[in-house]
Design a binder for this molecule. Structure first.
Ligand SMILES: [Zn+2]
Length: 224
């Protein structure tokens, strides 16, 4: 029954062959003496190790675990240690790609620094668009280098396409059309209702609202 299962799973078969090759290389007699041949063998072993790491990424670790000492468990198929951090991601070339989960703040405790409060801070460059997700627990921060304040837990998402940057957090959506030049003053901000009509006419903004008059979105027309 077990051999039948092995035969049906090409990944298991490939991994078994690879692990056998690694065993063979690691026990090779040339390793008993230092020299060019031994160094070459070590090099081959490193390459096989890399191949093993990549093959193991395809493993779903659903064939059970075996004890390997020090209280650790290894996958029966690929030999990965349970709970170990993986250094690589394997994504399908076609179809939806999933990296991570929608993580949220994990604690109500206030941490001493932003770094200590970080749950996730990860970036990806996807076909030329940059995406960063930062999830933070409550933490202490210095405002203007003096005032000590507590920053609320938040999930910050930043998307950057060319010069345009879109930032999303729990209570805000910010859109910036061009980066601020060094030493340039920060831009002014105002509610649309506060601005004179003359000024509003120069802004290529359309406010989107539904039948009940509820604000549902914003369109910005970019000049050519
Ligand atoms: Zn596995």
């Amino acid at each position: 029954m077990a051999s039948e299962k092995n035969f049906a799973n090409p990944l298991r078969r490939n991994l078994q062959r690879l692990l056998r090759s690694m065993d063979y290389v690691s026990r090779h007699p040339v390793l008993r003496r230092d020299g060019a041949a031994a160094r070459q063998m070590v090099e081959v072993y490193q390459h096989l190790g890399l191949a093993w790491e990549f093959l193991a990424l395809q493993c779903r670790h659903d064939g059970g675990w075996r004890r390997v000492g020090e209280g650790k468990l290894a996958c029966k198929i690929c030999g990965s240690i349970r709970g170990m951090k993986e250094h690589w991601l394997l994504l399908p070339r076609t179809g939806p790609k999933i990296v991570g989960r929608q993580s949220r703040p994990t604690s109500k405790r206030t941490f001493a620094s932003r770094k200590a409060a970080t749950v996730v801070n990860d970036s990806i460059n996807f076909h030329g668009v940059k995406l960063n997700v930062e999830v933070l627990n409550p933490h202490r921060s210095r405002l203007f280098r003096r005032l000590d304040i507590t920053v609320a837990p938040d999930r910050l998402v930043k998307l950057q396409e060319g010069a345009v940057e879109c930032s999303l957090s729990t209570h805000r959506v910010d859109l910036r059309l061009e980066p601020r030049k060094p030493k340039e003053r920060p831009p002014y901000s105002a509610f649309a209702s506060e601005l004179p009509r003359k000024m509003l006419k120069r802004f290529p903004i359309m406010v989107n609202y539904d039948q009940r008059g509820r604000f549902v979105g914003l369109t910005i027309l970019k000049s050519l």
